[in-house]
Design a protein around this ligand. Structure first.
Ligand code: GAP
Length: 459
């Protein structure tokens, strides 16, 4: 990828123009920080989730998937510590009433030279006063003290007004894996070490969402909990750092756009934790996390539920509550990274430029586009479309010049364009154009599906 031709505006505009991502509730003027995936985007996001699942569940001999309920017993969040500890330091501007995170204000003001993760609330307040950090919205200096703002969305369950209980939209999918630890272990006869994975929606009432789909209030997480014996956790933590990195480079990320960053301030559950950061259009930011959660979650669930979380080792007869190494990545955040990484404005001979998205073929929405050179070749083209679409997502385009149609496919990253011309009727061959090189080959229709199939796998 040519370096940083990409900007957030270009990505947002391309996504809107090409059916990848639209603003949520668009016809009502949007709904702050919600986004709807369009026909192209939903295919891409499903492919991202499929690639992740293939790597971390399908190809693992000892990892199992679950799909737990979003609404969980409120005791789950007491046990996990989220009701008391899942909070950000919030400051309100008394002038314009806008709401900000104190740590973000300090980071922005110091241009990243001061690390607010190492500060207490009192120290952050002192820094903001001493450096006269003003409201980025109205420019005034009139702050409320810092308050801890809990990020969980609450709603109520119950049919009558006097019979309502507060429940929460889950802020992470992880707890669905922890509460099913015994169910999965027993039914799958799983032996430690083993993993439980889940892909699903999570919700956070973020104080400062933004940067398109980077930080939203509703998002999807892909989380994998690795249950292991205390003492082996450090080794597995390192192993999952490597696996997480390899997943990204196999998806096509340039290593120079990725880096590890250890957490200075640990979440309430973690013994050690790090992120893989990606060089997003707005700068280096967290893409995924790897956390050593120790036996914190299972111990707390044992305490709060009264149900045992002890694992009986069938070989050694040892009994213990397992440690957990967590690998967690946002599907939407990965989608933004994939979009940013793939973007190129390529200069062509003759002075033209094309925007081309160099997605890994496994991620691309459509594996091929079927393009009849002229409309009266539609019968043959539709026959080829019908055959190919039994195996892959395929798109069909017969509008405009062939050059324009190639450009449209380049912009959504379709790896192959299949052109049907009059020779196709004679000898049953088609032209296949490669998205990245623009090279064209002539190939028999009988071999087309296998040709595509061999080039799109995520391994
Ligand atoms: N279970 C651990 C956990 O939830 P986290 O670091 O808070 O850890 C994990 O979140 C990943 O989820 C992040 O690395 C990011 O990819 C994604 N994520 C977190 N908050 C998000 C948000 N508001 N919008 C989009 N993605 C988010």
């Amino acid at each position: 990828m040519a370096d940083r031709q990409v900007s957030m505006d270009k990505i947002v505009n391309l996504c809107k123009a090409r059916g990848i991502i639209f603003p949520g509730s668009d016809i009502y003027g949007g709904m702050g920080n919600t986004w709807d995936y369009g026909p192209v985007g939903v295919e891409m996001k499903n492919n991202i989730k499929r690639a992740w699942w293939k790597r971390f569940v399908q190809e693992s001999t000892n990892s199992f998937g679950v799909d737990a309920a979003i609404l969980m017993n409120p005791k789950v969040w007491e046990a996990s510590g989220h009701t008391t500890s899942f909070a950000d330091p919030q400051m309100d501007c008394k002038e314009c009433k806008s709401r900000h995170r104190a740590d973000n204000l300090i980071e922005a003001h110091s241009k990243g030279t001061v690390n607010p993760d190492l500060m207490t609330n009192e120290q952050m307040e002192a820094y903001i006063a001493e450096h006269h950090v003003c409201c980025p919205r109205c420019g005034n200096f009139n702050w409320t003290p810092i308050r801890q703002f809990n990020l969980m969305f609450s709603t109520s369950r119950g049919v009558t007004e006097d019979n309502r209980n507060v429940i929460y939209l889950r802020p992470e999918t992880a707890q669905g894996e922890f509460v099913n630890f015994q169910n999965v272990q027993r039914t799958m006869r799983a032996k430690i070490p083993f993993g439980i994975a889940q892909i699903g929606k999570a919700f956070r009432n973020e104080i400062t969402p933004g940067n398109f789909i980077f930080r939203t209030i509703e998002f999807e997480q892909m989380e994998h909990q690795w249950f292991c014996k205390e003492g082996t956790d450090v080794e597995y933590y390192e192993e999952f750092k490597k696996k997480a990195w390899k997943f990204l480079t196999d998806l096509g990320f340039d290593e120079s756009h990725l880096r590890f960053k250890d957490h200075d301030k640990l979440a309430h559950y973690a013994k050690c934790a790090c992120d893989i950061q990606y060089l997003f259009p707005m700068g280096w930011s967290e893409l995924n996390g790897i956390h050593n959660r120790t036996d914190y979650d299972l111990s707390r669930h044992q305490e709060y539920s009264g149900k045992t979380m002890i694992y009986n080792d069938p070989i050694t007869n040892e009994k213990y509550i397992p440690y957990v190494v967590e690998y967690s990545i946002g599907a939407d955040r990965l989608m933004l990274a994939v979009l940013s990484e793939a973007y190129e404005e390529e200069e062509l001979e003759g002075g033209d430029t094309r925007v081309v998205m160099h997605f890994h073929p496994a991620v691309a929405a459509y594996k091929a586009a079927v393009l009849p050179l002229q409309k009266n070749l539609a019968d043959k083209a539709k026959e080829i479309y019908a055959e190919l679409s039994k195996r892959f997502m395929i798109t069909y385009d017969d509008a405009g010049s062939i050059g324009k149609r190639y450009r449209r496919q380049d912009e959504i990253g379709t790896p192959f364009s299949v052109t049907i011309d009059f020779d196709t009727l004679e000898d049953n061959t088609v032209t296949v154009r490669d998205r990245d090189t623009m090279a064209q080959i002539r190939i028999s229709v009988d071999k087309l599906a296998d040709y595509i199939n061999e080039r799109i796998a995520f391994n």
